[in-house]
Design a protein around this ligand. Sequence first.
Ligand code: ZN
Length: 160
Amino acid sequence: MEVFISDIPDEGLHLEGEFPVTIFDLPPGDSIQPMGPVRYSADIYAFEEVVVLNGSLRSPFRLQCGTCLEFFDFDADFPDWTSEVDLEPGQRTIDLKEIIREDFLLGLPPNPRCDDRDDGHICPKAHFVTFAEDEDEEEPLEAGGPDIWGALDEFGKKPN
Ligand SMILES: [Zn+2]
């Protein structure tokens, strides 16, 4: 979406709306899966050599956990978004869509983990990457772990 710099008044230009998820145009199988739509609200100010954008961005994604490789829902919410675009000599327009696309991709967590959320989810592979200092703590719940002795007792009672 091209915005003509000459259309930006001194007091700024307010634009808000949605872009379709297709603006991301990422290859299938990418570790970032945009789920769209892409909501934006922007106040745009033009200066001599730079265009400044202030506002908010929000869009749902699915990101791949760097530990267990499962995809999980991630709501990318940038309530204090700001961006600066350096202008080339003679540049007459900026591409709002492209600016927003890049700022989302730069703003997403570089090493997402599926338990970086507040819902109590625990990464199923988290114990593979915990460090030795955790060894003194309680054993994680293993299926049937403490009952193995009980099972052996039962075995011993069998008449054979
Ligand atoms: Zn995970």
